[in-house]
Design a protein around this ligand. Sequence first.
Ligand code: CA
Length: 227
Amino acid sequence: MTASAKSILIVEDEPTIAQILLDYLKKAGFAPFHLEDGRAALESIRRQPPDLVLLDLMLPGMDGLSVCSQVRTFSNVPIIMVTARVEEIDRLLGLEAGADDYICKPFSPREVVARVTAVLRRMAPSPSLLPQPALVEIDLEGQRISFGGKRLDLTPTEYRVLSLLAARPGRLFSRAQILDLAYPEDEDVSDRIVDSHIKNIRKKLAAILPEADVIHSVYGIGYRFEV
Ligand code: CA
């Protein structure tokens, strides 16, 4: 372990899985440590937040969802939820739980290392980009978005969708979440409409910067904005 090794808290009640994660993350240059229950994890994060938390959903006592939403009341530490329950993903990434990403069980340890690296990278400020003007500028008051220095001609719904995604780069939003924000009043809208809004937004972005592919689809789940 070096002084700069990122600390990763693994919250996992199955010792075999925990050991595999510990081994792989250590080999990848991280400083992982392990706790088996949610309450202990919450205390540990409160005392000294690690650089990232890998949080199992199904834990005895306090489950991962409760731990995550509790942590969010006092810390923005990156949290990756680990779950075998794909139908939970919406809630995990939802505003109430506030996880940053998720990994489905069964997973390959290599995938976990890749996800941890990716989440840490997008949380870290990248100094080389600072002097450049922002690629995306959101004018909340005027409800306008500029891309590559040019103002986008968006419909009000497209504005809501793009401002949601672009305000939290790297964060994955499910179709249902996007739909909730795009149509707060309307419950009868199909989530396919999200795909067509995204398609239109992509077209408008590409008209300004054809090579900038900034809205990424995550198969079966939703979308994330990433530069
Ligand atoms: Ca478990």
